[in-house]
Design a protein around this ligand. Structure first.
Ligand code: FES
Length: 358
């Protein structure tokens, strides 16, 4: 079994640490035209890598100069080609100062004109053959599965979305627990559920490292309201932590200043939520982060318990904060329905509620 007491190496998005290790003169500021967004890049990283690490929803596909999807227009500054590319820019693209972000690094501060992914509808459905990189069993009931996409076909998605995974004749839909800034590595939290055949393949160890898993996605609209200035309240039931982790780490990488409150409900027969230390570790990333775990009596076979869980969560919330926040809930549909009703009947506006059934 995996001991998650010392897992902090998993969480690697602290960009300040990253850049503090570089010489000041290696770092350039990259500003997006007609936007308040900007990010930093060293002269050894491609502009695409640096932008993704900063949580920007950049358009790209191959990361290796083949597809042409990552084209941007250079408005100001100097760039240098750091990688050969097979994609040939057309004459009018060259005249328009366009270049491939995956093959160029900055040589000065830059201003760029580029189209970010605006919303989930503009992301194409993708089919990718991934490989299992690692399976770790937190306990008899929860597995952390890490998949790796090919370098030439990284999944484009927004934090909080989910995908369908299939192996042989078993398929299931799971939220992605990693954030787009993690690139080729995708993480999934899979519960041991008898009627979920895909999970049974994992828990009977019928699948193993290096097996190919077909991925189709992304799907779903459980994404961050990046322009909102309200505090953000995240509520997860058990494995509903997966998309919440993706959203929170995406918010960190975007350096969103909004206060973050995270309530994590879990079955009381487990001593803590399965990734409790990870949720605790976010205190080190952000001062204005508040975390509370909520132990709930719960029998997976009783619908009645969903009402009890929803009530226990509701009674644990700070309602002064909740009613002025964007509220993101990831929980089983029955819990969502009851909890949503409690919240809406007690002052939350439905435009503030973003929910995803697990
Ligand atoms: S991502 Fe395909 S050319 Fe840059």
């Amino acid at each position: 079994m995996l001991n998650y007491t010392n897992f902090s190496n998993i969480f690697t998005i602290n960009r300040h640490t990253l850049f503090n290790t570089m010489k000041q003169s290696d770092i350039f500021q990259i500003k997006l035209q007609n936007s308040d967004k900007s990010f930093e890049s060293s002269n050894s990283d491609s502009i695409l890598e640096a932008g993704l690490r900063y949580g920007l929803s950049m358009r790209y596909e191959c990361s290796n100069g083949t597809c042409g999807v990552c084209r941007a227009r250079l408005v100001k500054g100097d760039i240098e080609k750091i990688k050969h590319h097979d994609y040939s820019l057309k004459a009018e693209e060259i005249d328009n100062q366009e270049f491939l972000m995956c093959c160029h690094a900055p040589r000065s501060n830059l201003e760029l004109d580029l189209n970010l992914i605006g919303d989930v509808r503009s992301i194409p459905l993708q089919q990718i053959q991934t490989k299992i990189k690692k399976i770790e069993f937190v306990n008899d009931n929860m597995a952390i599965v890490r998949l790796r996409t090919p370098r030439s076909k990284t999944l484009q998605f927004m934090a909080g979305q989910d995908v369908e995974l299939s192996f042989k004749n078993s398929a299931a839909r799971y939220p992605i627990a990693s954030c787009p800034c993690h690139g080729m590595e995708l993480e999934f939290h899979i519960r041991n559920i008898n009627k979920d055949k895909f999970s049974q393949l994992i828990f009977t160890q019928a699948t193993k490292v290096k097996d190919s898993i077909n991925l189709t996605g992304p799907k779903g609209v459980f994404v961050l309201k990046e322009l909102s200035v309200r505090p953000m309240v995240f509520i997860a039931w058990d494995g509903g932590f997966a998309p919440i982790r993706s959203l929170v780490e995406h918010a960190f990488s975007l350096e969103m200043p909004n206060s973050i409150y995270f309530y994590w409900a879990y079955p009381e027969n487990e001593s803590t939520p399965y990734f409790d230390n990870h949720a605790q570790s976010w205190h080190a990333v952000m001062d204005d982060y508040h975390y509370q775990s909520i132990a709930c009596e719960f029998d997976r076979n009783s619908h009645n318990d969903c009402h009890k869980v929803a009530k226990k969560i509701y009674d644990s919330l700070d309602h002064n904060v909740v009613n002025q926040s964007e509220v993101y809930i990831s929980a089983p549909a029955e819990v969502l329905i009851y909890l949503g009703e409690f919240l809406l009947e007690n002052g939350l506006n439905d435009t503030q509620l973003i929910a995803s059934p697990i």
